[in-house]
Design a protein around this ligand. Sequence first.
Ligand code: SF4
Length: 160
Amino acid sequence: MLGLWRKIRRTGRIAEPAPPAPGDRVEAAAGLGGSVQIRHVDAGSCNGCEVEIGSAFGPVHDAERYGARLVASPRHADALLVTGVVTRNMAEPLRRTFEAVPAPKLVVAVGDCARDCGVFAGAYGVVGPVSDVVPVDLEIAGCPPRPEAIVEGLRKLTGR
Ligand code: SF4
């Protein structure tokens, strides 16, 4: 056990090197002081985007070091991170979650499904992309987006 602790101490923290700070920032996020609390909403995802979000907040990409933090309640959040197409069963919960976020509330559509329905466009259970249900401030493209792209998008909110 002691050997393991020594090894951890010797190795230190390993993460991707920080890329340069984003030049452009989502204007509505300017008053958030570099710290953005985020509530994730799966509106009908295949879970591919969730895997990449998990990686973006994992120890390698570590989105928290830029001030982005996942929280458990929309009432504690500044922004929503929405994945997937909006399905019929999730349209109203998404609307209510958006209503529960205190102003200024930001919405990030993560993945091609959230942006334009992606591969699920025209499916019978689909209401539409996220922007058909709540206003979207930032889109992150990809199916699924790479963790680097998710971190880059979140940094446009935090400005760090
Ligand atoms: S964008 Fe791709 S990975 Fe993300 S929910 Fe849609 S199909 Fe799944």
